[in-house]
Ligand binder design. Structure first.
Ligand SMILES: [Zn+2]
Length: 73
């Protein structure tokens, strides 16, 4: 498959188990119909799982305050 912009041969990549085509020339990423929606749905699931873990464990398990200077305990 070739890039629709510059006709460079696209490189096949798998992102979150979704096949995508990457152009090394213009750094464009081309997705099959429905692929972007699958990636977004997957990432939403991961964020919700992370938030659920945070709520379950509570604030006492937080190791420290993350600042631009690093982790302050
Ligand atoms: Zn391209």
């Amino acid at each position: 498959m070739q890039c629709p912009v510059d006709s460079t041969t696209l490189v096949s990549l798998t992102h979150h188990d979704v096949p995508t085509e990457y152009c090394p020339q213009c750094r464009g990423m081309w997705l099959w119909p429905g692929a972007l929606q699958r990636i977004v749905e997957r990432e939403v699931d991961e964020i919700e799982a992370f938030e659920a873990t945070c709520r379950k464990e509570g604030p006492t398990s937080v190791a420290g305050l993350v600042t631009t200077a690093g982790i302050r305990r």
